[in-house]
Design a protein around this ligand. Structure first.
Ligand code: SF4
Length: 243
């Protein structure tokens, strides 16, 4: 098959060729195979993040890893990031965050998460991420179908906003994740044993009760299930112009 940079038809061709794969085998052609584009892994260094980071460390440890530090993360997440990066020998971790001028203008008291969480996610997550992935043709996400009803139809590969999204864990279960971490001796996020199954920013992350969706603790009590970085209406990076 001819390989070319992503377009809708190319992603369909990749799906025909690789869509039956998952996990490391789906990751391989895009980070250590014949894919000609530039690919980055976007990681939150959350509860399941070590799986993809470990796969990457085995296939291509110099692959860029993008980490969005919103400025509202748990200290445990930052320490877990440092632990995993050192342990796995990842050599290109790029931390990005919101523009200070924009925070000063729109969230000087740090309470925007309560007043307008969509706007808060937009300036603290979506815009920095869009800037960071600008140089890449494809990015890898850790999303899984089982995590929430909104992700039940997640595909292995997608074309969104001109870039290919690679979802190597799309069909994995929590047992698959836990089994992988155990087999490879990967440490758990320190908050997991305290009931946090999906971890984002401190003000918007709650513990999850038995039987709830793993993401039920995110923006609990608000009409919001995603931060916006995985929505098709994701605003392009040039929206950064002028605040
Ligand atoms: S998760 Fe909460 S604190 Fe973090 S960017 Fe979104 S609204 Fe703001």
């Amino acid at each position: 098959m001819d390989i070319a940079l992503p377009s809708v038809s190319q992603v369909e061709a990749y799906l025909a060729r690789y869509g039956h794969l998952s996990g490391k085998e789906l990751l391989r052609p895009f980070v250590a195979g014949d894919y000609p584009g530039r690919t980055a892994l976007v990681s939150s260094f959350g509860t399941d993040s070590s799986v993809l980071l470990h796969m990457l460390s085995e296939l291509a440890p110099a692959t860029p890893v993008v980490f969005v530090n919103t400025g509202r993360l748990f200290g445990e997440t930052l320490r877990y990031r440092d632990q995993l990066v050192g342990m796995l020998g990842l050599t290109d971790v790029r931390e990005v965050g919101p523009e200070p001028m924009r925070i000063d203008a729109e969230d000087p008291e740090g309470l925007l998460f309560a007043k307008d969480p969509d706007r808060c996610c937009h300036i603290r997550k979506t815009l920095p991420l869009n800037r960071a992935i600008q140089p890449f043709d494809a990015w890898i996400t850790g999303r899984k179908r089982f995590q929430a009803a909104t992700r039940a139809n997640l595909q292995p590969l997608e074309m969104v906003e001109g870039k290919m999204k690679i979802n190597p864990l799309y069909d994995w279960s929590q047992a698959d994740v836990d089994g992988y971490m155990e087999r490879h001796g990967l440490p758990h996020h320190p908050l997991r044993e305290d009931g946090f199954l999906s971890i984002g920013c401190m003000p918007c992350t709650d513990r999850v009760a038995p039987g709830e969706d793993p993401r039920a603790g995110r923006w609990r009590g608000k009409d919001k299930t995603e931060c916006g970085i995985h929505l098709p209406s994701n605003v392009p990076a040039n929206a950064m112009d002028g605040i």
